[in-house]
Design a protein around this ligand. Structure first.
Ligand code: HEM
Length: 144
């Protein structure tokens, strides 16, 4: 498995373990104020990381540089987003918490945009290879 996929799968369970812990904590205290933070940690930290890791494990010819960029952006975003979102949920929309939250949202989008570039890069490369193969097959051989 490519190193970048392993790293996606290495961090994803760490996020979901914290997310599950937060879920148990919310249930135990009957206080669900942090439910959106729990949901975003699990969905961006666990589900999205696992999907990124799966794609890069399957698409071996995806750009490594883009894959690591997605990894860096996705992780930076989660690490900034979850604490700042939690602060907003607990203490209200103060600019000290809103500013990093908004930054993390844009980093999340940038990560997904890089992932989209990765997928489209692989798709276009496969199409070009198909076209080259068809052209080779259609070309009359030199012996004829
Ligand atoms: C040990 C595992 C988990 C526990 C104990 C747990 C617990 C909870 C609790 C107590 C809530 C709040 C319910 C309410 O507001 O009435 C919640 C909401 C939610 N959870 Fe979990 N959860 C777990 C795992 C997960 C996972 C793995 C995901 C996603 C991959 C997830 C996604 C969500 C979502 C989307 C919500 C709704 C959030 C909202 O309404 O703002 N949870 N969970």
């Amino acid at each position: 498995m490519p190193r970048v996929s392993l790293w996606f799968f290495a961090v994803a369970p760490l996020y979901v373990l914290v997310g599950m812990g937060l879920g148990i904590f919310m249930g135990a205290n009957n206080d669900f104020a942090l439910a959106p933070a729990h949901a975003h940690l699990n969905l961006l930290g666990w589900v999205t990381m696992a999907l990124y890791g799966t794609f890069y494990a399957l698409a071996r010819d995806a750009s490594k540089k883009l894959a690591w960029t997605v990894f860096a952006l996705a992780n930076t975003a989660v690490i900034i987003m979850i604490p700042s979102l939690s602060m907003v949920l607990k203490f209200g929309p103060q600019s000290a918490f809103i500013a990093p939250l908004v930054v993390s949202e844009f980093i999340t989008v940038a990560g997904m945009a890089c992932f989209a570039l990765s997928v489209w890069g692989v798709l276009l490369k496969a199409r070009r290879e198909d076209q080259q193969r068809s052209a080779m097959l259609a070309r009359p051989s030199a012996a004829e």
